[in-house]
Ligand binder design. Structure first.
Ligand code: BES
Ligand code: ZN
Length: 391
């Protein structure tokens, strides 16, 4: 009898694994048990695009991981082949020549500090990894959601704000925090500030240690800090402003594509999108913003430069990042103006990303704070764009 019970248990376990073809994972988050099912089948072929003008190719997941190791940038369009096909004018929008809401911006800017950034990034990098299909990645996204919610719940009653989970086919959620605009006739217009929350160890993607402090814990905390001061300062924008924390960027921009596709289908008018991916590494170089000039909206990028000049204390330098470098590319593909800022010129970026060595001790929080200043300036200025004088 003593031997039969374990045997029966073993058989049942095998049957569940074989028949279910789904791994059920229990994750403990803040003492709550969350059950997550990893539905993705690793043997599926993926449709991968590595260049705007090249046809997409079907690849196994192992082949996709080889691209990651080689540093070949790619977009996984398997589930979003139709992104950018809803007919709309793709002509570039005009942005103001220079910023004009200095007083409002400084009200929030003076509340910025590195204290909460340090605490939150320490917690965020303590998850074994934040891989989009792992239980750790699921847990880190729930932790982040609760943190954002905790900040939003402290807002004064007159601040109209919501925090939503955006669920995907995989276990890690994306998160959208939204400030409603005061002009109720313009609810479809939106200004977006984004970062990706997932991380990857390129040598052992599914279960390797990947702190992802810089890529992109830094961008995640940069925009979290901007969000915090806006909430605490009582931000009431004229147009809606959203903060997005994307899942599965490292797998080919999966989270941002899913959200951009939804917005495109809903005919939302995305005024502008700013991506923050890697904002913390300076190394032994002079500090500057890297302003990405390829695969971005030119007019918006020019406006971002003027925001850096006005609201931050360091200069900018033009740089290029290539096709599908980060989530701004999903918004661009959907036909919306997007821009991308990074910690430095690409050649001087953190050399340890996608490895166990992408750790917090290599980051400069004052540098990250400069990006938070930009994010605050971007949110305030563009939320008034319909009232600004155009060129
Ligand atoms: N943060 C990186 C982008 C990056 C890498 C910028 C190196 C500057 C220097 C981003 O998370 C990333 O890893 N992108 C992938 C492409 C993605 C679609 C898988 C890349 O660069 O290989
Ligand atoms: Zn990355």
């Amino acid at each position: 009898m003593n031997r039969i019970i374990p045997l029966v248990f073993l058989i049942i376990t095998f049957a569940v694994v074989l028949l279910g073809k789904q791994r059920l994972i229990s994750v403990s988050v803040n003492h709550e048990i969350v059950n997550v099912a990893d539905k993705d089948d690793c043997n599926n072929l993926r449709l991968i695009q590595t260049d705007e003008d090249e046809p997409a190719e079907w690849m196994t997941e192992k082949e996709v991981w080889k691209l990651l190791r080689k540093g070949t940038k790619f977009m996984d369009i398997t589930d979003n082949e139709d992104l950018g096909t809803v007919v709309k004018s793709k002509s570039s929008r005009q942005f103001p020549i220079k910023p004009s809401y200095q007083k409002e911006v400084s009200h929030y800017k003076e509340k910025l500090s590195t204290k909460y950034m340090k605490e939150s990034l320490k917690n965020f990098t303590s998850f074994h990894n934040r891989y989009y299909r792992s239980a750790h990645g699921a847990a880190s996204s729930i932790w982040l959601y609760k943190e954002i919610k905790r900040i939003a719940d402290r807002a004064d009653d007159y601040v109209r704000i919501s925090v939503r989970k955006f669920k995907h086919k995989w276990v890690q959620i994306s998160i959208i925090a939204r400030f409603e605009g005061s002009d109720r006739n313009k609810e479809d217009q939106v200004v977006i500030i984004g970062a990706h929350q997932d991380s990857v160890n390129m040598w052992m993607p599914t279960n390797g240690r990947s702190p992802g402090a810089d890529d992109d814990g830094s961008g995640t905390t940069t925009i979290l800090e901007a969000f915090r001061v806006l909430v605490e300062g009582g931000f009431k924008p004229h147009l809606p402003v959203e903060f997005h924390w994307y899942s599965a960027e490292e797998a080919g921009l999966l989270g941002s594509q899913a959200i951009a596709k939804k917005y495109e289908r809903q005919h939302k008018d995305v005024i502008a999108m700013l991506q923050n991916d890697m904002t913390g590494y300076v190394g032994n170089r002079q500090e500057s913003f890297g302003i990405v000039t390829d695969h971005v909206d030119r007019n918006l990028t020019d406006f971002v430069k003027s925001l850096i000049d006005e609201y931050t204390d360091i200069p900018w330098a033009n740089t290029k990042c290539g096709y599908a470098c980060s989530d701004h590319a999903s918004w661009r593909k959907a036909g919306y103006p997007s821009a991308f800022v990074i910690e430095s010129k690409i050649d001087y970026n953190n050399p340890y990303i996608h490895t166990v060595k992408d750790t917090i001790d290599l980051l400069n929080f004052n540098h990250m704070l400069e990006f938070s200043k930009l994010a605050v300036g971007f949110a305030v200025e563009l939320s008034h764009i319909d009232e600004s004088e155009k060129i």
